[in-house]
Design a protein around this ligand. Structure first.
Ligand code: NAP
Length: 528
C-alpha cells in the first residue's frame, strides 16, 4: 500500500481528503477478495493451529466470515509463556536504543498497512472509515510516543549523587528495568490501539509480550503482530494467542510466569482478573483500563451549537461503544429545550449502515448480545423515561443481516434509575435538566466510574469544572467530542475510580515507567 501524504488524526480531521477515501476503497477491494482465511496463533515466531477454531463474522452482515481463528489450549498457553520467558532474557539485554529503533520500524509498518488495518477494523468491529483509520493510526502514535519517552529519559538510566564518604568514590545509578513477561488483554472496541499501545510500551522497555485479543476482534491484532515481527521483534518476544477469555485468558492470568498485565475491558472482568492475579506470593503490577459512564455538563452560558455537535459525536461515534462515550448529559434549565432540540435534529441526521461506505457514520453494534441488550434497555427506558429520538433496531433490506441500532436520546428518566449508573455501552444517552451547575456536578460524580467528562460554558466555569470533576480525561468547549477523541501526546488517557487502576495515563508522561521496576546500583571504589 502507498503511504499517505497527510497526518491522520481522526479527532481533528473533519473533512478528510479524497486521497483517504480512494486508498481506503482500494484496500477494501483487496481485502474483501481474500476473506475467510484460516489464521494461526503466533507462538515463538511460528504459526500454531488448533483442533478447534472459531469464526470471525462481520457484525454488519453476519453471513460474511472474515476469518477463522484458533481456540488456544492450555498447552498453547504454556508454550507461549515459556517462549516469552526464554526470549525476554536476550531482549532485555539489547541496548534500549535498538529496541526503540525496532518499535519505531513497527510503527512505520503499521502506517504502511494502515488502510488494510482500517478495513479489517471496519469489518470486524463495525467502525466507520475515520474511526477505523483513527484506531490504527493511534496504535502507531502510541508506540512512537513510548519511543520518544525512552529517549527523553535517556532509557531511564540516571546517575545519582555521590555519597560523601572520605577515601572512597561512589558510583550510584538508578536504572529502570523490565519486569519480564507482560500479558496484554485487549477489548473489542479498539483492537489495534489498545493492543498496540500497551504491547509497544511493554516491548520498548524490554519485556516480552503475550497478546490475547477479544474473540470478536482477533484480526486487527494479528496484523499488528505481523507488523512487529516484520520490524525485527525477535521470535518469542511477541506471542499472539486466541480463544475465549474465560478459558485462554484466565489460564494466562493464573500462570505463575506472568510478571505484569495490562487489561483493557469491562469493570466486572477487570476486577475478576485483578483479584485472581493478586493470588500469588508477591505483588505484581497490573494496569487496568475499565469502563466509563461519562457525562457532559452544559451551562446556560454555553455555545449550544458547539455543545450539540460535541455531545452527538461522543454519544454516537462508534455506536456509543467507546469507554469514553458520552452516556449522560446534564443541562442547565435555561438552555435545556434549545439544546435538546439541536441534539435531536443532529441525531436524526445520523446515517446508520455498512460502515465501509463513505456516507455512513454509525455501523452495527458488535454482536448479538449487544443488540439484545439495546432492545432490553430500550424497553425499560420507554417505560421509565421519555424517548426523544431513536429507540429502534433496523431490520429491513440491507440491515437484515446486521446488528443495527438507532442513535437514542432519552429524557425524564428519574435520577434514581439504575441506568444512570450502569455502563450500557450502546448508542443510548440519557439527558437531564438541572437547576444549577453544582447540581450537575453532584450527579456527574455520583457514579463509581471516573473516565472522561465534558463541559460547555465560560472559561471561569470550565476552571471550576476541571477542579471538581472526578475523572481522568476532561475537556471543555470541544466540538470534536464532548468526552471522546484523546490522542497520544495531546491528551494522556486513563481513568480514575472504577475506570482505571493506576492513575498513570496512556500516551502521557507517566505511563511507560509502569512497565519497569527500579534498581538502584551502588559501586564503591577505594581511592586512598
Ligand atoms: P470484556 O468483555 O471485559 O473483554 C475484554 C477482554 O478480556 C477480551 O479480550 C476478553 O476475551 C477477555 N476476558 C474475558 N474474560 C476473561 C478472563 N476471565 N480472564 C482473562 N481475560 C478475559 O470487554 P469488551 O466487551 O471487550 O470491551 C468493552 C469494555 O471495555 C467496556 O466496559 C469499555 O468501557 C471497556 N474499555 C475501556 C477502555 C479504557 O481505556 N478504559 C477502553 C476500551 C474499552 P473474550 O473476548 O474472548 O471474552
Amino acid at each position: 500500500m502507498t503511504e499517505s501524504t497527510f497526518k491522520l488524526t481522526y479527532a481533528t480531521m473533519f473533512n478528510p481528503p479524497e486521497e483517504l477515501h480512494r486508498q481506503y476503497e482500494d484496500a477494501l477491494k483487496k481485502v474483501k477478495a481474500q476473506l475467510g482465511k484460516n489464521y494461526g496463533m503466533i507462538i515463538n515466531g511460528k504459526e500454531r493451529y488448533s483442533a478447534e477454531v472459531f469464526e470471525n463474522r462481520n457484525p454488519a452482515n453476519t453471513d460474511e466470515v472474515l476469518g477463522v481463528f484458533q481456540k488456544g489450549t492450555r498447552q498453547d498457553v504454556e508454550d507461549a509463556v515459556q517462549s516469552a520467558k526464554t526470549a525476554q532474557i536476550k531482549w532485555k539485554r539489547i541496548p534500549w536504543q535498538e529496541r526503540v529503533a525496532i518499535i519505531r520500524k513497527a510503527a512505520d509498518n503499521i502506517d504502511k498497512r494502515i488502510y488494510e488495518l482500517a478495513v479489517a477494523l471496519s469489518l470486524e468491529v463495525g467502525k466507520n472509515r475515520m474511526e477505523a483509520l483513527g484506531d490504527a493510526a493511534e496504535s502507531a502514535d502510541l508506540m512512537r510516543y513510548a519511543c520518544d519517552q525512552m529517549e527523553a529519559n535517556d532509557g531511564f538510566i540516571h546517575r545519582m549523587g555521590k555519597d560523601p564518604l572520605a577515601g572512597y568514590d561512589a558510583t550510584n545509578i538508578s536504572m529502570m528495568l523490565p519486569y519480564g513477561v507482560w500479558l496484554v488483554i485487549s477489548p473489542f472496541n479498539f483492537p489495534c490501539a489498545l493492543t498496540g499501545g500497551p504491547a509497544g510500551a511493554a516491548l520498548v522497555t524490554g519485556n516480552s509480550v503475550i497478546i490475547k485479543p477479544a474473540s470478536d476482534t482477533p484480526w486487527a491484532p494479528r496484523i499488528y503482530v505481523e507488523c512487529l515481527l516484520e520490524a525485527g521483534v525477535p521470535e518469542g518476544v511477541v506471542n499472539y494467542i486466541t480463544g475465549s477469555g474465560s478459558e485462554v485468558g484466565q489460564t494466562l492470568v493464573e500462570h505463575p510466569f506472568i510478571d505484569g498485565i495490562t487489561f483493557t475491558g469491562s469493570y466486572d472482568v477487570g476486577m475478576r482478573i485483578y483479584r485472581s492475579f493478586s493470588q500469588w506470593i508477591y505483588i505484581r503490577p497490573v494496569i487496568m483500563e475499565l469502563g466509563g459512564k461519562n457525562a457532559a455538563i452544559v451551562s446556560k452560558n454555553a455555545d449550544l451549537e458547539t455543545a450539540a455537535i460535541g455531545i452527538m459525536r461522543s454519544a454516537f461515534g462508534l455506536q456509543g461503544q467507546k469507554c469514553s462515550a458520552c452516556s449522560r448529559v446534564f443541562i442547565e434549565e435555561e438552555v435545556y429545550d434549545d439544546l435538546v432540540n439541536l441534539l435531536v435534529t443532529l441525531a436524526e441526521k445520523i446515517t446508520v449502515g455498512d460502515p465501509t461506505r463513505r456516507e455512513i457514520y454509525m455501523g452495527p453494534v458488535i454482536n448479538r448480545n449487544s443488540y439484545q441488550d439495546y432492545q432490553n434497555y430500550i424497553d425499560d427506558l420507554r417505560k421509565s423515561g421519555r424517548i426523544l429520538t431513536g429507540a429502534k433496531v433496523f431490520t429491513e433490506g440491507d440491515y437484515a443481516k446486521g446488528f443495527f441500532c438507532a442513535p437514542t436520546f432519552v429524557a425524564d428518566l428519574p435520577l434514581t434509575h439504575p441506568l444512570w449508573q450502569q455502563e450500557m455501552f450502546l448508542p443510548i444517552t440519557t439527558i437531564a435538566k438541572v437547576d444549577s451547575l453544582d447540581q450537575a456536578m453532584t450527579y456527574t460524580n455520583q457514579v463509581k466510574y471516573g473516565l472522561t467528562g465534558g463541559f460547555y460554558g465560560t472559561e471561569e466555569e470550565a476552571a471550576w469544572f476541571f477542579d471538581n470533576i472526578e475523572a481522568g480525561v476532561v475537556y471543555a468547549n470541544r466540538p470534536q467530542g464532548a468526552t471522546t477523541g484523546a490522542w497520544p501526546g495531546f491528551q494522556p488517557f486513563g481513568g480514575w475510580k472504577a475506570s482505571g487502576a493506576t492513575g498513570k495515563q496512556a500516551g502521557g508522561l507517566n505511563y511507560l515507567q509502569q512497565y519497569m521496576r527500579e534498581q538502584s546500583r551502588t559501586l564503591i571504589r577505594r581511592i586512598s
